[in-house]
Design a binder for this molecule. Structure first.
Ligand code: NAP
Ligand code: F7E
Length: 334
């Protein structure tokens, strides 16, 4: 069988790096869209450095989702079997500061991909990185594929557009286009501006005497947190189905930011109350108070279910940041 070609936007992100590993292991040729100014995060490509044969199947293309001509040209040239659209300005807080750019990348960027597929490569299977943030101020719990959307940020509004335009191109043009509605998923590769990583990095730095305080915002918000490495498997599974469809991917548990904080600090041997201060700058104009997903359709149809528990995720992230900060501290001593 010929080697399959996958195109990934957002390859330098948390999910993009795990998905690249998964697809290279499955013998795909992987093409990744990298922003011209972006640095391919060294920490996120350890695997590729250790496996030179995989490196020869990884191709980086410089461009941007907001550039429709670039997306058209890329899809025309590559003719990918699968396209994973993971690129977006993905910070909710930042989306209130840069609403237009957020909508251009996360919303219109999705349309650019679908139009390019429709015109130049209609057999390409398309994965859209939809989000639990679309449920926003939730109208039922747990949230499933039929739960109405009620977005609470420019980011979430853009993702709602991305969701519907994906569904529309599936229905109108018979493109194999599926939405993965993923609830929060984190890992040691999570960006430092997201709350879990901010907490685990702070715990490691405080433990090594490199930080005194951790400034946070709303500790009462609740999220359904899973392990990113497992969530990219679901993305791949979505595109291997007979028919395109939309799936919620979640753990089915919800925990507050404070619970994450307590677990991470106590695992690091610290009392969080001694170090944490609340800074109003970390609050959002409108907040998503609680999400909790029902992934029973994914279990039934895809055979996907989460394996890593909340406590295990906390440990994975704290252990990784302890190693990282320890290595940094050793380097400074040299
Ligand atoms: P992430 O770490 O923030 O990565 C986002 C990626 O998008 C980065 O590679 C970034 O490039 C790229 N990007 C940003 N703007 C772009 C543009 N205009 N053109 C091309 N690429 C652009 O996000 P993630 O956590 O891996 O999430 C992947 C996707 O799933 C995102 O669309 C996110 O919104 C969505 N999602 C995430 C979660 C979650 O809990 N992680 C849950 C649901 C949905 P740079 O490296 O240059 O910044
Ligand atoms: O916030 C609260 C904050 O920024 C989680 C993205 O991947 O998942 C992510 O969005 C909660 C919020 O993630 C701080 O108010 C308190 O209630 O880690 P976060 P998010 O907003 O849930 C969804 C599913 C996506 O789709 C997004 O792309 O934590 N919080 N104090 C804080 N949050 C941050 N960032 N920083 C704080 O200091």
């Amino acid at each position: 069988m010929a080697t399959k070609k996958a195109l990934i936007s957002g390859i330098t992100g948390q999910d993009g790096s795990y998905l690249t590993e998964l697809l290279l292991e499955k013998n795909y040729d992987v093409f990744g869209i990298v922003r011209v100014k972006s640095k391919f995060d060294a920490e996120r490509i350890e695997y590729f450095k250790k496996t030179p044969s995989a490196l020869s199947r990884l191709h980086l293309i410089y461009g941007d989702l907001t550039d429709s001509e670039f997306i058209k040209k890329t899809i025309k040239e590559i003719q990918p079997d699968e396209f994973y659209n993971l690129g977006a300005q993905s910070s909710i807080k930042e989306s209130f500061n840069s609403p237009e750019y957020t909508c251009d990348s996360a919303g219109m960027g999705t349309l650019h991909c679908l139009e390019a597929i429709r015109i130049h490569s209609p057999r390409t299977r398309f994965y859209q990185a939809s989000s639990s943030e679309m449920f926003g101020k939730v109208t039922e719990t747990p949230q499933k594929e039929t739960t109405p959307f009620n977005p609470r940020s420019p980011y979430a509004c853009a993702k709602v557009f991305g969701y519907w335009i994906t569904k529309n191109y599936r229905e109108a043009f018979h493109i194999f286009a599926s939405n993965g509605i993923l609830f929060n998923h984190d890992s040691p590769r999570r960006g430092e501006n997201f709350v879990t990583r901010k907490i685990t990095l702070a715990a490691a730095r405080i433990k090594h005497g490199l930080q005194d305080k951790l400034y946070l915002g709303n500790l009462d918000a609740k999220r359904d947190w899973g392990y990113a490495k497992e969530y990219v498997e679901a993305m791949w599974m979505l595109l291997q189905q007979k028919e395109p469809d939309d799936f919620v991917i979640a753990t089915g548990e919800t925990h507050s930011v404070q619970e994450f904080l307590e677990s991470a600090f106590s695992y690091a041997g610290l009392d969080w109350k001694k170090y944490v201060e609340i800074d109003s700058n970390n609050f959002r104009p409108t907040e998503v108070d609680m999400v909790m997903g029902d992934a029973s359709k994914a279990k039934r149809v895809l055979g996907w279910e989460p394996k890593t528990t909340f406590k295990e995720l906390v440990k994975i992230m704290v252990d990784a940041d302890m190693r990282l900060i320890e290595a940094e501290a050793q380097d400074k001593k040299k």
